[in-house]
Design a protein around this ligand. Structure first.
Ligand code: MG
Ligand code: MG
Length: 266
């Protein structure tokens, strides 16, 4: 993909992309409502597929590079690209849920790592810091900056907390194709890399490990895990540069509302 040009989007195209991103956001909100100990990732996957289709979209990952499901479901030491299965989630697990939607010809692609029941404080902190690092990366997503500024912000903040930044997997341009140029590493040097301009739409997605940054892959050809078996977090937003500034097309508002409602009911 490295020899492909960067495809800048018009304002009209960005508004269509916002719709795709928002359908992903709502799907993650639905997952937030239903995630709890005893539920399986396969059950959540079916809920998501039905919801996306009912709302005029098509699951973006299903069949993409032959991925077998709607959601990438990566519990605990799984970093990304986990395949949904019928193992019930347990109290204390975390689950990274990555969701893609294709609608009106454009992809949305964003992700959230959920806590299942009561999670160990150090794991909860990993999620909080990883989510914060995503927003620090997004702040750098403005015209005149460079790709390296995004990765630098994410890397310095998370490494300061002693975490491992996954290097082999990166964020990306997003549009009519799921993975467009440019690549967006979660590490980098300030002022280095491709120039950021209006009309650029990026999926920014820190993958941060509690322990070592090193990863391995399962024999299923998909699942990426931490090499040391410690937990990993993944948060992702779709961000457009408009009028020189970052405009986040996706939102965690639906997730936040669902989690707040659940908390109020317990
Ligand atoms: Mg994703
Ligand atoms: Mg992505």
């Amino acid at each position: 993909m490295s020899d492909q040009p960067i495809i800048y989007k018009t304002r009209e195209e960005i508004e269509l992309m916002r719709k795709s991103a928002q359908l992903v956001s709502k799907t993650l909100g639905l997952i937030a409502e239903h995630i709890e100990p005893g539920v399986t990732s396969l059950y959540l996957d079916k809920l998501a597929e039905e919801y996306i289709r009912d709302n005029g979209g098509v699951p973006g990952f299903l069949g993409l590079y032959d991925f077998p499901n709607t959601l990438c479901m990566s519990p605990n030491a799984q970093v990304v690209h986990g395949i949904p299965n019928d193992t019930p989630l347990q109290n204390g697990d975390i689950l990274s849920v990555d969701c893609g939607v294709l609608m009106n010809g454009f992809y949305g692609d964003h992700a959230y790592t959920f806590e299942v029941g009561e999670v160990a404080p150090e794991v909860s902190k990993l999620l909080e810091i990883t989510k914060k690092s995503l927003y620090l990366g997004i702040e750098q997503c403005k015209a005149g900056n460079r790709i390296g500024d995004i990765g630098y912000a994410i890397q310095t903040y998370t490494e300061k907390h002693g975490y491992g930044v996954v290097k082999e997997l990166v964020g990306h341009g997003l549009g009519r194709i799921m993975h467009e140029e440019p690549q967006v590493p979660n590490y980098g040097r300030r002022g280095r890399g491709k120039l950021l301009k209006n009309g650029l739409v990026l999926a920014i997605e820190p993958m941060i490990n509690l322990g070592t940054a090193r990863i391995r892959q399962l024999k299923d050809g998909w699942t990426i895990l931490t090499k040391d078996g410690q937990p990993s977090a993944h948060f992702e937003h779709d961000v457009a540069i408009i009028d020189g500034k970052p405009d986040i097309l996706s939102t965690f508002d639906f997730v936040d509302a669902a989690l707040a409602k659940k908390k109020a009911n317990t």
